[in-house]
Design a protein. Structure first.
Length: 277
């Protein structure tokens, strides 16, 4: 078997592709060189060697888009399920690589990873460094405050000179940085920002509305502790970021996304995580 694996690997390299190797293998079978059992084993080896792996980078604490399920210990969320569907349609294995959100774009630029997630907002500045798929979610930023501040903080203009918590590298951090005399507290994960707010270490958290909505939905009694301001600050669209090292990949992803919309699979997945909207 070890000889067979080595032979298959060398032959694929020599033939130039898996299909070419298989054609050569079948010709060998006809001449009696390869027995049927060996043919089946080599065929399995060749198919494995030809499987594509797409490296998906994300910060794994951004529910409901991506997070680690506390019961199973596995990644879960809308983006996780969507990437699984995409991988199935492309015949590719999806490898999830957890990293800080501020490291996702740089990793795509260097080609260390292929696709980036964690609800990345499509911006002109980011598009200079990476490619983006067609948008998969229309969103916007929102403000979460402690209930004790509901009479004094009605909007972003009331945060001037105050302590505001954000996740580093996000559009929320960029927007909060424009507040007059703001005292910015930046965290690696958005859950750390929520905890700081709960501990009265800051007066507000600015992040994506669906993320805060999910955070509140998962916590009993949150309505007595927090107030999610109703006004959406900036309209945004989320898309998967794609390395420019693989220029054809974004077109392949867009084709699959279009097919998922047409088949109704995208709608079913969306409603699973966000409900009917």
């Amino acid at each position: 078997m070890i000889f067979l694996l080595r032979y298959a690997a060398i032959s694929i390299t020599t033939a130039g592709s898996v299909p070419a190797f298989l054609e050569k293998l079948f010709k060998m079978k006809k001449t009696g060189i390869v027995k049927s059992a060996v043919l089946c084993a080599a065929l399995a080896c060749a198919m494995t060697a030809g499987a594509e792996t797409l490296r998906f980078a994300a910060e794994s604490s951004y529910a409901p888009f991506i997070f680690v399920d506390s019961k199973s210990g596995n990644h879960a969320g809308f983006e996780v399920d969507l990437m699984k569907l995409i991988g199935k349609k492309l015949g590719a294995k999806i490898e999830i690589i957890n990293m800080g959100f501020d490291a996702v774009i740089p990793s795509l630029v260097t080609g260390t990873v292929d696709i980036g997630g964690s609800a990345i907002t499509i911006t002109e500045e980011r598009a200079k460094r990476v490619n983006f798929t067609t948008p998969y979610y229309d969103s916007g930023l929102s403000i979460l405050i402690n209930k004790s501040d509901e009479n004094s903080i009605k909007g972003i203009e009331d945060l001037a000179g105050k302590d505001v918590c954000v996740q580093i590298g996000t559009s929320g951090a960029e927007r909060a940085g424009k507040i007059k005399d703001v005292k910015l507290h930046q965290f690696n994960a958005v859950n750390e920002a929520y905890l700081e707010l709960q501990n009265m270490g800051c007066r507000a958290v600015i992040t994506d509305r669906p993320v805060t909505a999910y955070f509140l939905m998962q916590r009993k009694g949150s309505a007595k502790r927090f107030v999610h301001l109703p006004k959406t600050l900036d309209a945004e669209q989320f898309g998967f970021a794609v390395t420019k090292k693989k220029p054809r990949l974004v077109a392949r992803l867009n084709k699959v996304l279009a097919d998922l919309h047409q088949s109704g699979e995208f709608k079913a997945l969306f409603e699973k995580w966000f409900g009917v909207q």
